[in-house]
Each structure stands twice: as structure tokens, then as C-alpha cells.
Design a protein around this ligand. Structure first.
Ligand code: AMP
Ligand code: MG
Length: 339
């Protein structure tokens, strides 16, 4: 782990060691697509013949994302997730393949992060006004205890053979910290299946890149910063067979009695995090894991977060608020990407 100086005069570049530049396809151009999903926007840039028929590609992308929403949204009253959340106690439910895959991954990250990431925080998220239930503000201690008792990833039993999950009673799933990343992976897989191997996929700021552009260069992206205009050293990443996701306290928050409450909740005490981490960015081959781990490390905070990232070999960058500036902490795997 390194503790870099706050002000850096230069731009930095991150390049995965495995970067392999294939020759650009002849007669190809970059096509751009965009749309709405999961309460945010998506965009795709891909390399294909200039004569590409765009309509089927647009349908494939939007279809892949609509399925994620239909299955995993907390905001869609008829999603499979909402149905699970409302199910009677002590009942098993067979889940669609994608929903089960995301839930299994979420539970894996929950275990490895010691519960800092928890897919059962739905009632807590609602209690703090960040969910579909229309209330905003600070819940009283009694209210917080009630919803805290309903949560707990250990209460979530999965049966992989039957692709089923058990509603223990009152469990409220929330996959908002992982579903965007999964959506990105899913779109990337659909594009590859259509033979469109060179693409940059983005959903709500989470990104995955593959292949190269027609000029033979990789997809370059700039790492998200809580205050982009004040970023002293914009960091560019060659997104070659890699994903990048950021969890930040500036994405959704409210202020109450002069205190700032972020939408990232520490499931261990049921309160929004308040250790000063403004954002955590994770680079990983799978966007689903980049997304989940950026949230998990954000909850763990400025000391335990980088320590776990180093133990697990995760490439992560933490920006910790220091007055009006940000102190950067990076994991060893992140430093290895720096050129
Ligand atoms: P992200 O922007 O990916 O960090 O996701 C934040 C969203 O995930 C919040 O709006 C909540 O819906 C949900 N969430 C909040 N805290 C947690 C947590 N500790 N573990 C899993 N999901 C969370
Ligand atoms: Mg996340």
C-alpha cells in the first residue's frame, strides 16, 4: 500500500500487463449506443463494419439490461427480487439463472468482506431513505435495531443444485451495489456472442472494455473522482479485458443537522459509513466483482479496506477526505498497473 502525496502535477496511466494489441479490423468504425436502465443511463461503444445493422444490436443490449431489472430491481414492484422479499417466512424459491448468479456472488463477497458487503440490507437502505419506501431522514435507534435484526447475509441460504434461495423471514434483498456491474458483464457477453469483441460498455459509471479501437489503441477511460474539476492527477486506465467500478459517498447522500449521510450503509451497525472515504475504485476482469468489491472496501474504510485489498490481491484506489482535498491510498495490485 502506498500513501501518495495529495497534489500530483502529472497525469498517470494504468495499463494491464496482459495488454495484447490485435490488428484493427479493416473497414471498421466505432458505433455508439445509449439508453436508460436501473434508474441511470447506459452507453456502449463498439467496433464493427460501418454497414452494421444497428437495430438488432440495440435490442440485444437493452434486452440484456431489461432482464436484470425485471429480476433484480428493488424499485420494480413485480421483479423476482421484490417477490422474494415479500414471500412468507421459511419458504424456498427457485430463481432465474442471472438472479441466482448475482446472489451467489453477493454472498461470496459478503463472506470474504466479513459482512461489510451484505445483499440483505434492503430494509436498512429503506430505513435511511435510500430505497423505494418514500421516507428520508435519520431513523431512531429502536427503528434501526428492528431493521438490523431482519438483515444478515448468514440468514440467506442458497441451494445451487436447485438454483433456489430460502426466505428466512423478513429478509429484504438489495442488489443495487452489484447489479450494475453484472449488467455490464452481461451486455459484454451478449456483444461477444454477436461477434462484436471490441467494445466499451458502461452502466451508471461502471465500465468494462475489451479489444481495441480501429486505430489499434485500447479504450482509455479516466478514473472517477469525487470532484473531477479538482482532480490533481487524472488517472487514465487502458481498459483492455478489464472492468472498473467506483463506490462513492458523492453519488447519493443527504444532509441532516449539518452531518452528511451516504447511501453506503455499514451492515454491522446499520448506519451510513462515516470514516471519511469519499470513493473506492476497483479494477477487476469481472465488472460484477469490481462493483461489489468497491462497495465492500468503501464500507471497510481507509485502514481495513486497503489491508483486505492487499490480502486478496485486489487493485483498489481509496480517496479519503482531508479538508477540501483528498488523500489517496492504493493497493499493491493497483500500483502494479501504474506505468
Ligand atoms: P454502490 O454505489 O455500488 O456502492 O451501491 C450502493 C447501493 O447499494 C446503495 O444505494 C444501497 O442500495 C446498497 N447498499 C448500501 N450499503 C450496502 C452494503 N454495505 N452492502 C451491499 N449493498 C449496499
Ligand atoms: Mg458497488
Amino acid at each position: 500500500m502506498s500513501l501518495a502525496a495529495v497534489a500530483r502535477p502529472v497525469r498517470r496511466v494504468l495499463v494491464p500487463a496482459t495488454v495484447a494489441l490485435a490488428p484493427p479490423p479493416l473497414g471498421a468504425g466505432v458505433h455508439e449506443f445509449s439508453g436508460h436502465t436501473m434508474g441511470t443511463t447506459w452507453s456502449v461503444r463498439l467496433v464493427a463494419s460501418v454497414t452494421l445493422s444497428r437495430e438488432p444490436v440495440l435490442r440485444a443490449i437493452q434486452g440484456a439490461l431489461d432482464e436484470v431489472v425485471d429480476q433484480m430491481s428493488t424499485w420494480q414492484p413485480h421483479s423476482d427480487l421484490v417477490r422474494f422479499n415479500r414471500a412468507a417466512p421459511a419458504t424456498w424459491h427457485r430463481l432465474p439463472e442471472a438472479f441466482f448468479e448475482v446472489l451467489a456472488c453477493a454472498r461470496h463477497v459478503a463472506r470474504r468482506s466479513g459482512g461489510a458487503f451484505d445483499p440483505t440490507t434492503g430494509a436498512l437502505v429503506d430505513a435511511w431513505g435510500f430505497g423505494p419506501a418514500a421516507r428520508q431522514g435519520v431513523p431512531d435507534d429502536a427503528g434501526r435495531r428492528v431493521v438490523l435484526e431482519r438483515a444478515g447475509w448468514q440468514r440467506l441460504e442458497l441451494d445451487p443444485a436447485r438454483r433456489a434461495a430460502r426466505q428466512a423471514g423478513g429478509l429484504a434483498l438489495d442488489l443495487s451495489a452489484i447489479a450494475k456491474g453484472f449488467g455490464v458483464d452481461r451486455v459484454a457477453r451478449r456483444l461477444a456472442a454477436l461477434g462484436l469483441d471490441s467494445h466499451l460498455v458502461e452502466v451508471g459509471g461502471e465500465l468494462r472494455g475489451s479489444g481495441v479501437k480501429p486505430d489499434g489503441r485500447p479504450w482509455w477511460v479516466q478514473l472517477e473522482h469525487p470532484d473531477a474539476a479538482a482532480d490533481p492527477a487524472p488517472t487514465l486506465l487502458a481498459l483492455h479485458d478489464r472492468s472498473v467500478a467506483t463506490s462513492g459517498d458523492y453519488r447519493r447522500w443527504f444532509e441532516h443537522d449539518g452531518a452528511r449521510y451516504s447511501h453506503t450503509i455499514d451492515p454491522r451497525d446499520g448506519r451510513p459509513i462515516r470514516h471519511g472515504v469519499a470513493s473506492v475504485t476497483v479494477i477487476h476482469p469481472e465488472c460484477m466483482l469490481a462493483d461489489a468489491w468497491s462497495t465492500a472496501l468503501n464500507v471497510l474504510g481507509p485502514e481495513a479496506g486497503p489491508a483486505l485489498a492487499n490480502r486478496l490481491g485486489l487493485a483498489a484506489r481509496f480517496l479519503v477526505r482531508s479538508g477540501t482535498l483528498f488523500e489517496e491510498r492504493t493497493s499493491m495490485a493497483f500500483d502494479d498497473l501504474l506505468q
